[in-house]
Design a protein around this ligand. Structure first.
Ligand SMILES: Nc1ncnc2c1ncn2[C@@H]1O[C@H](COP(=O)(O)OP(=O)(O)OP(=O)(O)O)[C@@H](O)[C@H]1O
Ligand SMILES: [Mg+2]
Length: 238
């Protein structure tokens, strides 16, 4: 079976600085795959390249059987790849409902969109309660929920989440992780970038550890969670 997403020898540079130095990994439909690693390892750069926001220097990306290199970002969304970016980037002056609507900007099925907005409110009741409020008034964790809800509005085949737990209280972080687990149990395929390696590996079918632009270790979430070098470097054990 071919994977939903296949990344082969991907290289990405900012000018002369190569931030991603030839990484390969794949995501099978229904899986949660996580990229973990230190600050500056190239995780966000990888997601931005998959989304078409950055052009690769080399390598191949295949999504749902189609090559993605050179495909513009909005067409990549239309193919079924959605991205909840690092730092969330919600529209603060627009309401929660309007932010969700924007996530469906490529869709024309008004009934389906309305049904998916209801689903987002089921997943995150607080968004439903505040639907007419400006998104900028939400707390950090609630804004993260909105960013995830908005990404889901394109009905993606693959949802990419960049540091969904960043800056959140432990309780809020747990809530976000529970939601990711719920999405997984509903069959959503997820590529998850996280600083919180413990939480990410506990959820993931497959994980990859990135260091300065390279994948240095790969395995099942379970195996990486118990790997001694991972425990020392990322789980704060010595
Ligand atoms: N726009 C840019 N211009 C130049 N260099 C950049 C740019 N964005 C990122 N970089 C560099 O590329 C490397 C990878 O950055 P990236 O944001 O992908 O890391 P990351 O793994 O997401 O880190 P973090 O965990 O801190 O979010 C870093 O050395 C970073 O300084
Ligand atoms: Mg990042």
């Amino acid at each position: 079976m071919t994977a939903l997403l296949e990344v082969e020898d991907l290289r990405v540079a900012y000018g002369k600085i190569e931030a991603v130095k030839g990484i390969s990994f794949s995501v099978e439909a229904g899986q949660v795959v996580t990229l973990i690693g230190t600050n500056g390892a190239g995780k966000t750069t990888t997601l931005r390249t998959l989304s078409g926001l950055l052009q690769p220097l080399g390598g191949e990306i295949r999504f749902d059987g189609k090559p993605l290199r050179g495909v513009p970002a909005h067409k990549i969304v239309a193919l079924g790849l959605a991205h909840s970016p690092e730092g969330r980037h919600i529209f603060p002056r627009l309401s929660i409902a309007e932010n969700l609507q924007l996530g469906a900007f490529l869709r024309k099925d008004a009934d389906g969109i309305a049904a998916d907005i209801r689903k987002a409110y089921e997943l995150f009741p607080i968004l439903g309660e505040r639907r007419n409020q400006a998104a900028g008034t939400l707390s950090g964790g609630e804004q993260q929920m909105l960013a995830m809800g908005r990404a889901l509005m394109s009905r993606p085949k693959l949802l990419m989440l960049d540091e969904p737990s960043m800056g959140l209280s432990p309780i809020m972080m747990q809530k976000i992780m529970q939601t990711i687990a719920e999405l997984k149990s509903q069959g959503t395929t997820i590529l998850l970038v996280e600083q919180n390696a413990q939480a990410a590996l506990s959820l993931a079918d497959q994980g990859h550890v990135m260091e300065i632009g390279k994948i240095v270790l790969s395995g099942t979430g379970e195996a990486l969670l118990h790997d001694e070098s991972v425990r020392k470097a990322y789980l704060g054990e010595d």
